[in-house]
Design a binder for this molecule. Structure first.
Ligand code: HEM
Length: 527
């Protein structure tokens, strides 16, 4: 029976009931009505489902295999594989791939990014479930992995308003300067003790970012009992567990297998226990000295818990986010920036001229001096264009069906925005592979900041829309003052190549963040 016939019968019986008959007949009619209605609903549902199947999904590359889908087409650098596959098989910036059991839409043009992150932002603002984040981030009640909804909104508001606001970032400037001063003193000491000897810049910059984030989160006690080291270690282990293309994300049934539970989950549980012990120590200290008005994140979050309806575990989960999102992103960008400058000495020279043009000999460049340094800011942006630390942002997830350019993106689809590909697209950027900070000085509006805020969706190192990175100002401030001082106090060389102008290897490895394969070793010289 087709849906129209069912509907006609349904209306006929409805009228019969309306005209009044015996009770028996009435009951029978009601029963019949129910049966017909059920059949109609089923018929309607089947029709809708088959219409949905017929609706056009985004184009998909050929060669999909049973079980693994397109997994075999993805190399060790998925952002590169997806860029190349999308260029060949995608359309309108959209491509559907099946990575294991999970349908994933890859977004590769500014127009498609605009549709996902601006026009239909509300549909794509959620995150797919992640079994490891569930363990390490207290059932994903942090911000980055929390599904879209009321909890995420509250958690994000507390962080936006109280921890990462422009005012708060500014208030931390002296702490930042002090951490930079320590690093500069260390480099001076090593350069004088062993001239020409290479320094492990990866370690040094990683230590700086970690110490500063630790200081912001823990306050004055951040170096107590080597806590900064411990937090750094835990951050690295957690990032390695969450990084890259994890099989459990793409074969959700794996998450229930004994072998997965034993190997991945037990490691995640181990690290989660260690986070938890540390947080319990910090909370006990807070309880002990409640009256002090310290402005570190632990104090702030615990004092705001009630107002925002957060549990102690929620506070712990948000703190894990601050460490994990705050440390790697900033130091990897600094490291890439230094590496690009070593490979583009004329830019390094130009940057040094800007930073050293203060006239007088300064003890250090402070944040007050940075206002006039447009080329420094442009250099950091150019680094982020070529080397966004999160090449796919974080995975987005659709909560209802959505149509983009006539293509259906069904609900429960994972969406990866290839920010790395957008930053190198030849139709958006002139000489896209070249490191040219000048391009950010020539913004169409003459305003260098417009591109940072995602007005232009070619440049998305911090994402865009509801899920845009709330730590953008914090991260930028951490990087700027450090890079300025590295340029101000030292000249730089590559080991064994002093004075030759030789560059460094840019080979990369892929995880949750994208990083250089080799540690960055550089020789500082005091000019
Ligand atoms: C160079 C520095 C940084 C870069 C490039 C960066 C980049 C990103 C990106 C790409 C996302 C995902 C956006 C999306 O899913 O659409 C993100 C999210 C996030 N970032 Fe950052 N980030 C940086 C620094 C920081 C810092 C310093 C913090 C905090 C201390 C932070 C906290 C977060 C949080 C909490 C989220 C999750 C937002 C949400 O899901 O609602 N980030 N970041």
């Amino acid at each position: 029976m087709d849906a129209m016939a069912l509907e006609a019968a349904y209306h006929y019986l409805q009228r019969a009931v309306g005209h009044g008959t015996s009770t028996e007949a009435l009951l029978l009619t009601v029963l019949l009505l129910l049966i017909i209605r059920l059949a109609w609903v089923r018929a309607f549902a089947t029709t809708t489902a088959s219409t949905k199947c017929k609706q056009q999904l985004p184009p998909t590359p050929p060669g999909k295999l049973p079980i693994i889908g397109h997994l075999h087409l993805i190399g060790s650098h998925p952002h590169v594989s997806f860029r190349d596959l999308a260029a060949k098989h995608g359309r309108d910036g959209l491509m559907l791939v099946h990575v294991g059991a999970v349908p994933t839409v890859v977004v590769s043009t500014p127009q498609a990014a605009e549709a996902v992150l601006r026009t239909h932002d509300h549909v794509f603002a959620s995150r797919p479930r992640n079994p490891v984040a569930d363990i390490i981030r207290y059932n994903s009640t942090d911000i980055a992995f929390a599904p879209y909804g009321d909890y995420w909104r509250r958690a994000r508001k507390v962080v936006n308003t109280h921890l990462l606001s422009v005012k708060m970032v500014y208030s931390k400037r002296h702490d930042r300067e002090e951490e930079v001063r320590l690093v500069v003193a260390k480099i001076c000491e090593l350069a004088m003790a062993a001239p020409g000897k290479a320094l492990d810049m990866t370690e040094l910059l990683g230590g700086y970012a970690s110490d500063f984030v630790c200081r912001a989160v823990l306050g004055e006690s951040h170096r107590k009992h080597g806590r900064n080291e411990l937090f750094r270690e835990l951050t690295e282990i957690s990032a390695s567990l969450l990084g890259g293309f994890n099989l459990e994300d793409y074969f959700p049934r794996l998450a229930n297998l004994d072998v997965f539970l034993r190997v991945v989950c037990s490691k995640a549980m181990g690290v989660s226990k260690r986070w938890d012990n540390l947080f319990n120590e910090l909370i006990a200290e807070y309880e002990h000295g409640k009256e002090d008005n310290a402005e570190d994140f632990v104090h702030l979050l615990l004092s705001l818990k009630k107002e925002y309806g957060l549990s102690t575990d929620n506070v712990k989960a948000i703190l894990v986010d601050m460490f994990e999102a705050g440390i790697e992103t900033s130091y990897l960008t600094l490291e890439y920036g230094m590496a690009e400058l070593m490979n583009n000495r004329h830019i390094l020279k130009k940057l040094q001229e800007e930073v050293r043009s203060q006239g007088k000999k300064l003890d250090m460049i402070t944040e007050e001096d940075l206002g006039s340094m447009a080329y420094l800011r442009a250099t950091i942006k150019e680094t982020l264009r070529l080397h966004p630390p999160a090449p796919f942002l974080l995975p987005h997830f659709s909560t209802t069906d959505c149509k983009i350019d006539g293509y259906l993106i069904p609900s429960n689809t994972r969406v990866l925005v290839n920010a790395w590909a957008l930053g190198r697209d030849p139709s958006s950027w002139e000489r896209p592979e070249d490191f040219l900070p000048e391009r950010f000085l020539q913004d169409q509006d003459g305003d260098v900041d417009t591109q940072m805020r995602g007005k232009d969706l070619r440049f998305l190192p911090f994402g865009f829309g509801r899920r845009i990175c709330p730590g953008m100002n914090f991260g930028f401030a951490t990087m700027e003052v450090m890079l300025a001082n590295l340029m101000y106090h030292f000249d730089w060389d590559v080991p064994n190549m002093v004075g030759t102008g030789a560059g460094v290897d840019m080979a990369e490895s892929f995880g949750l963040t994208l990083r250089r394969k080799e540690k960055l070793q550089l020789v500082p010289r005091i000019p």
